[in-house]
Design a protein around this ligand. Structure first.
Ligand code: SAM
Length: 250
């Protein structure tokens, strides 16, 4: 008789899948939607994601010549914003993302904006291809939720950060409070329909709204971060708590 451990299976949205298959499913999903990913972000959030990302980059407390790693950087919204808005600080920005098609979109976007100084790498956040203590800042925006082994990714980020370096994580939070019924109705009724309409992929956007409900609440995520070599972790809820920023010191 075969015995399954708890760790043999994991959530993929509201579905349960074999843990060893999840990263491949996530990779497939982002490969499929990569062409319409940026458009869908604008449509779904009514452009709000741009404000969140701007505020996020403004919080990084960058100093001249810092080495910055953007994990799960996808189509480059964070890296490009850092390279453009903070150009006077000459930051060295590296994007590491699992999905070639997302990175390709990001590279094209950066080149079209005249930004040539971002390093683009394909890699898994659970096994970052960098030496210990390489970066001053690590950012991860809307990425951690999609990573299969989140503890492993946090521990890898801690490893590649220099002592005193900082992790900044921006992520959706499970909705609570008075906003919840409205947000749930919008999430489950409208967003998958928009996914079908604009990205021809209802399933991918059904996964998005489900994965948000499976993601740890900010206080739980804060405890998780502290288990992986970070000395201090603070969080803030934005936009009625639908998004949270975590800042942690290595
Ligand atoms: N950070 C970008 C942004 O804010 O628009 C992209 C976020 S997108 C929702 C999630 C990204 O996580 C995708 O580009 C996907 O390829 C990447 N991803 C998923 N699992 C990953 C992993 N294990 N390692 C690195 N990147 C991963």
């Amino acid at each position: 008789m075969q015995h399954n451990n708890d760790t043999d299976y994991i959530d993929f949205g509201f579905k349960t899948v074999k843990t060893k298959l999840k990263t491949g499913l996530v990779h497939g999903l982002f490969s499929r939607v990569s062409n319409q990913y940026d458009l869908m972000n604008d449509v779904m959030s009514f452009g709000l994601h741009r404000c969140w990302k701007k505020s996020f980059v403004d919080r990084l407390a960058l100093k001249p010549n810092m080495q910055i790693l953007d994990v799960a950087g996808g189509t480059g919204d964070i890296a490009i914003r850092i390279a453009k808005d903070k150009a006077y600080l000459s930051p060295c920005v590296t994007v590491c993302d699992l999905t070639y098609d997302m990175v390709r979109q990001g590279k094209d976007k950066a080149i079209n904006a005249g930004i040539l100084n971002i390093k683009w790498h394909i890699g898994n956040g659970e096994q970052l291809p960098y030496a210990d203590a390489s970066f001053d800042r690590a950012t991860i925006a809307f990425g951690l939720r999609n990573i299969t082994n989140k503890d492993q990714a946090l521990s890898e980020i801690a490893r590649v950060l220099k002592p005193g370096g900082m992790l900044y994580c921006l992520e959706f939070s499970p909705p609570e409070g008075t906003l919840k019924p409205l947000y749930d109705a919008y999430s489950f009724r409208i967003i998958p329909w928009m996914g079908e309409l604009f990205a021809k992929d209802r399933e991918a956007y059904q996964y998005l709204v489900e994965s948000i409900r499976q993601f740890p609440k900010p206080e739980i995520l804060s405890d998780m971060v502290l288990k992986h070599g970070f000395t201090h972790c603070a969080y803030e809820k934005w936009t009625g708590g639908i998004v949270a920023l975590h800042q942690a010191v290595r």
